[in-house]
Design a binder for this molecule. Structure first.
Ligand SMILES: [Cu+2]
Length: 67
């Protein structure tokens, strides 16, 4: 299990946070999700690759920013 911090663009309200959290929490290989609207940041504990997590965030309609 790895801890990831992923910057996310496009979140503007708590509904956006919920949308991102929900799509991530539905994945059985993601164990912990904390999304901060203020920081535009998701903190995730998961067995998934960062690219797989990014795709889930895109599916929710937001743009992950990888360094
Ligand atoms: Cu919103």
């Amino acid at each position: 299990m790895t801890r990831h911090e992923i910057k996310i663009e496009g979140m503007s309200c708590s509904g956006c946070v919920s949308a991102v959290e929900n799509v991530l929490k539905q994945n059985e290989n993601i164990y912990e999700v904390q999304v901060s609207l203020e920081e535009g940041l998701a903190r995730i504990e998961s067995d998934l690759d960062i690219s797989d997590i990014s795709n889930l965030i895109k599916q929710a309609g937001y743009e992950p920013k990888l360094n």
